[in-house]
Ligand binder design. Sequence first.
Ligand code: ARG
Length: 583
Amino acid sequence: MEKLLSIISREIGDAFEACGYERELGRVTVSNRPDLCEHQCNGAMAGAKKYHKAPFMIADEVAEKLQSSKVVKDVASVKPGFLNFNLDNEYLASYINQMKTSKKHGIELSAPEKIVIDYGGPNVAKPLHVGHLRSAIIGESVKRILRYAGNEVIGDAHLGDWGLQMGLIITELKERKPDLVYFDHEYTGEYPKEAPFTISELEEIYPCASGKAKVDEEFAKRAHDATVMLQNKDRGYTAIWNHILKVSIEDLQKNYSKLDVHFDLWKKESDAQPYIPDMVQMLKDKGLAYISNGALVVDVAKPEDTKEVPPCIILKSDGASLYQTTDLATIVEREKLFKPNRIIYVVDKRQEMHFTQVFRVSRLAELVPEDTKLQFLGFGTMNGKDGKPFKTRQGGVMRLEHLIRDINDAVYDKIMASRDEDEETARENAKIIGLSAIKYGDLSNQASKDYVFDVDRFTSFEGNTGPYILYTIVRIKSILKKFGQEIPTAITVPDGAAQKALMLDMTRFADVFAQASAEYAPHKLCAYIYDLANDFNRFYHETKILAEEDQDKKKGYIALISYCKDILETCIELLGFSAPEKM
Ligand code: ARG
């Protein structure tokens, strides 16, 4: 559907043209003085010079022409030459009704692209911590937005399963249970199906081993050797590694599904390893990679760089590959499997240099076609109230599970404090509302910025929070339920300022969505639904909806708020959470 602002601009442009001026002067903006008018056009000011006329004379003529317009009304020419006006109420109602019957609220669908989005990025055998939370929340929302826009989007968790952490775990396991068959080099039989550890043991083994490696050089060396042996496909180690993967992935899936985060692919860093040898050879053949201090590197600095971009190391002097090597090989793999138009990486912004290097090598080596976009969506840190990265009260790394539990408890207490609710329902609702608190708290900030995670503020039912948005949706649901009849379809002409303001904001959906999708900016959807929820609540407080005696009016109100609920629900779905029935 054509955007309302562009329809109005055309209407005003027509009037300029009919008066003998160029139509481009008719560009309209939303008024910055809503107390005076809804929209304005400053074209007469711009045209004054060109037409050697006082701006107000031009504005007067155009205003006169617009008196009979069906799109705008109350057109006033204001000195020195502004055009102020409102949208015609009938026109607004017909526009919203058209939007309501259009697919996806009338958004413009662009040519669909194939997009890989790399997000989540958890590491196996390490518990999920809050650093992975932002990637999951932002990535999930961007994925949903791009999909809604009509693209084919593949979300990949890109599991970290290939570093020293694997050698550490294997080494520690060997110390604890040296008799396991996996460590018997003579053993040629099949390995047990059952893992020799549970997830809780695994999660305890890793920090223990990593602590040891820091103080015990000999242990660290063994862990390094175990990593190399695993990477060289030692049979027993590979079997353990497979157990680690299986146990970890099951646990990760459970945690992500609590967050309503769903990946299409669970590819791993190790999946890209087979692509490394050919890729390295190609970098050499193309004359891009050369030996420097024993390592194989590619120069990626550009003359226009304002800060130093060091050469990208492809292989260390001992021949080992690195994080960069894996990411490059993953690009080769993705190109082979999917031929995506875009690959988007939702990763901590502190990894920006890594991606700058990786993208530049990809371009130099032409790993993907020239018009394939490689984009880094870097996010800031989630801080505690002290302004430092969020920690547990004891100062340790906060596990995601615990953070979710804390939020849910806070919401549960609020529910129980405000009314009589049976415990089970309150617990269920606390989960739904808690998720909105976490996600909205995160997504309402521009992704690249750091933000303060504030349990009290995020779980408040008032103010710019997830629970407030849900509360508004639930309020509408409850009115609709009390109405008790089939929801009328036709939205009628607004009869008050609050109703009109609500309707005007509803028409902005397509525009806001277009920005959120072009800029990967879920925070724009958050700002929008906060406005919309405020508009609705103002309308609700000023209007007797169910008690309205004029039946036609009442039906119009119901149709309107029901559609308002649809838009709000579409938006929260795009943000990655949902509303309960009651609150
Ligand atoms: N596993 C990495 C970490 O925990 C994040 C992976 C991000 N994605 C990528 N393609 N490098 O830091």
